[in-house]
Design a protein around this ligand. Structure first.
Ligand code: TPP
Length: 554
């Protein structure tokens, strides 16, 4: 077979069903091979950035590797943002950039770029192919790297002449289990499990803080079993939403500087033992390492990456391994244990939601962000997938959108928080879980960075709903200028755009809503449509709102 055919065969053999990408001169052999094989669906995008974000959204909701592709030069620099986001968020995304021919290297060839150096620091694993015979081995290595230990992204550069080379048919084999993650689970050291169990037994007020690792590892039921034995609240990072059904009595909600509130902070501060699970204890989740305050609570840190425990907190017991296996081992070690000293969190939870409800019922204009979250929550089924961009959507939905059920039903790009992620990630999520309603919520800053992809949504007739929070400003930054720079607002406001009309020009059914009483019927209409829909909501800007962002709370 040709090199291009071998690439397609290696993808198919790893269980790949869909690829997101954009064509180029150097990709012609690959496209022809994709056209001739017919089993892998190709979703043509309008920007490689969005192809990578689609692969990321797909991977997040399926537990499978997401795949994107683009051509040489600009195709590689445009794929890059999605690859680095996925890598830092522990999401396996494979990117293939085709490249100039090996025989054209070093001759000022159009689009020549050192893809090996470009992608090396941004991915978990990368390679530039020099000959077709290496294709099977390189693809096996990429899938193995992406789906074992801490998942991450991989990049393969595929030169034009390599695509036209020859690969032995018998070489194109794969282990299909490497197409999903985690593909190889590692168990913790039993001695450290015993030490952790001892700390758990002696704790009066243990609190879990879960990151994305619980959902990635599908450890939700093991987590709930252990939390039940300990009567311990389960707090999460933004990426950890889905670790626990947020309606559960032990669910404490999102903690940290983005989406946390004084009430959720109080739950963390009351702990005498913190159990971090699949959570890097980064700046946002810990409010810059102040909550929990160092030294106030004992720490058990569970993570598959040995470099994580001990980086930000002095850890009493590190448990290195897959979250599900670590929690299972702890459940076994704690067999028969029942803690009766329950840390009460009902008061904090009801306090948080009482304040929210007061604003959510507001009939004021511009429409309050709280009202948007409340109406959206009412209108969505529990199995909906909500993707939030930075700006207003992320803190508000993280704090107040109550995820009903476990697993990935809500996510945001929390590694880099680049604007313009949600629309494309939501398209990927739709392909991953077509039976669920997928909804992207974005600021108007984000809309400006992704609107061209509305053509893709219309061309493919995707029944996705987009919500734009319109405030004609980069509100998050303006709020920072208010709280930290005495309201010296500088270069943060932009013009008013009617996003509904823009979307309509693409062929998207759309509404612009300025009156809060119209919100509920319009959202219901939009969400029940089998076509792409967009609701543009004229909203109170963040610097005037009471956002759940601790830096801005006086
Ligand atoms: C690509 C990119 N550039 C800049 C930023 C910095 N940034 C964070 S939030 C924000 C403002 C967001 O504005 P908008 O999308 O309109 O939402 P709002 O805050 O107004 O709700 C900016 C510019 C970013 N996150 N990503």
């Amino acid at each position: 077979m040709t090199g291009a055919e071998a690439v397609v065969e290696m993808l198919r053999a790893h269980g790949v069903e869909v690829i997101f990408g954009l064509c180029g001169d150097t990709s012609l052999p690959l496209y022809d091979a994709l056209a001739r094989q017919g089993s892998i669906r190709h979703v043509l995008t309008r920007d490689e950035r969005h192809a990578a974000y689609m692969a990321d959204g797909y991977a997040r909701v399926t537990g499978k590797v997401g795949v994107c592709e683009g051509p040489s030069g600009g195709g590689a620099t445009y794929l890059l943002p999605g690859l680095v986001e996925a890598n830092e968020s522990s999401i396996p995304v494979l990117a293939i950039n085709t490249d100039i021919a090996v025989s054209s290297r070093g001759k000022f060839t159009l689009t020549e770029l050192d893809q090996r150096l470009l992608m090396r620091p941004l991915t978990k694993w990368n390679a530039v192919l020099d000959r077709a015979a290496d294709i099977p081995r390189v693809f096996r290595a990429a899938f193995e790297s992406m789906t074992t230990a801490r998942p991450g992204s991989a990049h393969i550069a595929l030169p034009f002449d390599v695509q036209n080379g020859t690969v032995e048919d018998s070489e194109a084999w794969a282990d299909p289990t490497l197409g999903g993650y985690p593909s190889r689970r590692t168990a913790p050291d039993p001695q450290l499990v015993e030490l952790a169990a001892k700390l758990l037994r002696n704790s009066k007020a243990p609190v879990f803080i879960c990151g994305g690792g619980v959902v990635i590892s599908q450890a939700e039921s093991e987590l709930l079993e252990l939390a039940g034995k300990l009567s311990a609240p389960i707090a999460t990072s933004i990426s950890g939403k889905g670790s626990v059904d947020e309606q559960h009595a032990l669910a404490a909600g999102v903690v940290g500087s983005n989406g946390g509130t004084p009430e959720t902070r109080a739950i963390v501060d009351a702990a005498d033992l913190i159990i971090f699970v699949g959570c890097r204890a980064g700046s946002v989740t810990t409010e810059r390492w102040r909550h929990p305050a160092p030294g106030t609570a004992r720490i058990i840190h569970i993570d598959v990456d040995p470099a994580v425990p001990g980086t930000n907190y002095r850890v009493d017991v590190p448990l290195i391994g897959d979250a599900r296996l670590c929690l299972s081992a702890l459940n076994e070690a704690m067999n028969g244990f029942k803690n009766r000293n329950r840390l009460l969190i009902e008061q904090q939870k009801s306090g948080k939601f009482e304040k929210f409800r007061a604003l959510a019922e507001s009939t004021a204009t511009p429409i309050r962000p709280e009202r948007v979250v409340a109406e959206l929550s009412k209108a969505l089924d529990s199995d909906a997938i909500v993707v939030a961009d930075p700006g207003t959507p992320c803190p508000y939905l993280s704090a107040y959108y109550v995820v009903r059920g476990t697993g990935r039903r809500y996510f945001s790009n929390r590694a880099h928080g680049a604007l313009g992620y949600a629309l494309a990630a939501c398209i990927g999520a739709h392909y991953g879980r077509p039976s669920a309603k997928a909804v992207a919520v974005m600021g108007d800053g984000s809309f400006g960075m992704c609107a061209g992809e509305l053509e893709t949504v219309v061309r493919l007739k995707l029944p996705i709903t987009f919500v734009v929070i319109s405030n004609a400003t980069y509100g998050w930054i303006k709020a920072g200028q208010k709280s930290g720079y005495s309201e010296r607002y500088f270069s943060v406001d932009f013009g008013v755009t009617d996003h509904a009309r823009v979307a309509a020009a693409f062929g998207v059914k759309s509404w612009r809503v300025a009156d809060p009483s119209e919100l509920s019927p319009v959202l219901k209409n939009a969400l029940s449509s089998a076509q792409p829909t967009l609701v543009d909501i004229v909203c109170q800007p963040l610097h005037e709102a009471q956002a759940p962002v601790s830096e801005w709370v006086a």
